[in-house]
Structure formats: C-alpha cells, structure tokens
Design a protein around this ligand. Structure first.
Ligand code: ARG
Length: 329
C-alpha cells in the first residue's frame, strides 16, 4: 500500500439554499477557471461542490477558500472550524470491491478505532480521506505499517511530510501484515434512500466548451426540487460528477464518460452530523464491504451520502437496517 498526503489544506463550508445568488459569480469564475486551466496549474487545487436538499456543500483548498470569502455576502457562508488534509491510499485490489468499500479494512476501520474523525469524498477515479490537521500524525502512524515503523524508529514528523515509498527499507515493505475486514458495528444514525438514480461520471477537460453551459446551468440554476443531489469535484486531472440520470441528456454525447450503471444515494443522518464524531463512515461502509457491495462515499457539511449500485440497493438497505441501533431489541 502507498499513502499519499496531498500538500493541500482544505476548508469545508456550506451555502444555504437561498444564499446561492451571492456566491454564483465567484463560484462560476472558480469553476470555469479551474476547468480551463492547464492541468499543471490545476494541480494545486481542490474544489468540490455538492448540492443536497439541505445546502450547497463545498470542500476547497485554502487559496480558493480565501478567494471566496473576499466577496461581499460571504458572511452567509457557514464554515467548519478546522482545516483538513486529504490522503489518498493505494491498497491494490481488495476482491472485486471498489470505492470506499476497498478502504474499509486498511483505512476507514483503523482510523475509526483510533478515534480519528474523517471526511470522505469519492470521485470516479479516487477516494479522498480527509483528516483534521491536528489528527494528521496520529492518522498517518495508525494507517501505514511503514509509517508506524519509521515513526517509531525516527520519531520524526518531518519524515512523514517527505515520505516516499522508495525510501522505505525493503524489510519493512515485506512486513506489511495481512488485513481483515473489521466486523460490523452498530449504526448510530438513521438513513434514507430516494427513488432517483444517478450516474458517476468523469469529465474530460478537452470537452469543456461543450459541457460548460449544461454544467453551470445544473450547478447554479437547477430547477429540480425533488431528491436533488449533484456533485462536481475538480482535483487535479480528476474531474468527476455525480449526476441525476434524468440530466445526462443535457450533456453532448461523448462529453462525459460514465459506465452505463446506475447508482442510488443513501443519505445518513437526520440532523447535522458535525465534524468531530468518528466511526460513521466505518459503521456504514463495513457491512456493505463485507457483502461485496461497492460504494462511493460523499460527506457533505450536514450529512453523509453513500452511493451503491442500483442492483444492490435493496440488499444494502436490508444490511444497514440490520445494524441500525434503534431497530435492535
Ligand atoms: N466524521 C465522520 C466519521 O468519521 C464522517 C463525517 C460526518 N460529518 C459530516 N458533516 N458529514 O465517520
């Protein structure tokens, strides 16, 4: 396994449903700017925009965040108190699992056990696991057997910042232990699933001229009022979108790439989940991983959302219900 710490500080924010007009201009500029840039410039940025029925939820790198709060009207922005650091983890194949399910055994479970709160964002290509800046050292040492050993040997935080897999002595590389799925834990927050179906798509930057208009229309002038869920992430060359299946026709053919498959969104939490509680992702993802169900996972300012293949949603809900705390006698 290789663990990458992206050199970015992230802020999590929320725009109220009625406040979007004050932010349309800066967000529009930001989106177009990022999509139009050479990929080398985009590399230092992290932009994620998710519309849910409660709000518009943002994850931005510090630079974009500062840009946004310079605009008049930005007092309306709600901001999570701490900054977060994104990690990506290559774990190789874990059976046929994809998405966050693949990370349950090696990352999500261990972090929850250590009491580290996470914030997750899956894209079509990658799963970003964010931890608070202040939990970084704890997270890194608990995650990576290499890190653990190196940290014990050197007691040096700098080493972690400058980590490269090539620096790891071979005997440590060979020492990576076999990992097992953690056993499912009780689910503490209720969940719901709407009727809508979604696509998880990638956007090729070269198709920008043809997708800009429908994309911006959906982001800023969405007329859908039922079951709304739309997510756009621009992270280096990883440009990904979760799109209501009814909206795919708004994009020219071949401009967005998605597997034909449909996904359903299960929303976790009937009130704000906050930023300090740990183990929510683990509670939901572990039983799904155990049942071989692939999942995408998108945390937003108020709630968590897990996407499961349409064909597995009945089974997924059954499993989650089985572990839901209040349903236990
Ligand atoms: N911190 C939670 C966990 O460690 C996930 C995020 C929940 N909070 C939120 N605002 N979506 O499992």
């Amino acid at each position: 396994p290789a663990l990458h710490l992206l050199p970015l500080e992230l802020r999590i924010a929320s725009i109220g449903k009625d406040d979007l007009p004050s932010f349309t201009y800066p967000l529009l500029q930001m989106t177009l700017g990022l999509l139009g840039q050479q990929s080398s410039c985009r590399q230092n940025h992290f932009f994620s925009f998710t519309e849910t029925k409660n709000d518009y939820s943002l994850i931005l790198d510090n630079e974009l965040f500062k840009e946004l709060i310079q605009f008049p009207g930005s007092e309306a922005l709600q901001v999570a108190p701490e900054s977060w650091r994104p990690l990506t983890i290559e774990v190789g194949a874990f059976g046929s699992l994809t998405g966050i399910s693949k990370l349950v055994a090696s990352v999500i479970g261990p972090l929850a056990d250590e009491g580290v709160s996470v914030f997750c964002l899956s894209t079509n290509q990658e799963d970003y696991v964010m931890v608070k800046e202040k939990d970084l050292y704890k997270a890194m040492t608990c995650l990576h057997p290499c890190f653990k050993l190196l940290a014990e040997l050197e007691q040096d935080v700098q080493l972690i910042e400058n980590f490269s897999h090539d620096n790891v002595p071979n005997q440590i590389k060979n020492d990576l232990n076999y990992i097992e799925l953690p056993s499912p834990r009780s689910i503490t927050h209720p969940f719901t699933c709407t009727a809508s179906k979604f696509h998880v798509c990638s956007i090729l930057p070269s198709t920008l001229p043809s997708i800009a208009q429908p994309l911006l229309q959906l982001m800023f002038y969405n007329t859908r009022s039922d079951d709304v869920f739309l997510s756009l992430s621009i992270i280096s060359d990883d440009i990904s979108m979760v799109l209501d299946a009814r909206d795919i026709d708004k994009f020219p053919e071949d401009s967005v790439y998605s597997s034909e498959a449909y996904w359903k969104v299960i929303t976790i939490g009937d009130g704000p989940l906050g930023f300090d509680e740990c183990g929510i992702v683990a509670q939901v993802a572990a039983p799904l991983a155990q049942a071989d169900i692939s999942t995408y996972y998108i945390c937003t300012f108020y709630n968590d959302h897990t996407l499961v293949p349409e064909g597995s949603v009945t089974k997924a809900l059954q499993l989650l219900n089985k572990y839901l705390m209040s349903s236990k006698v």
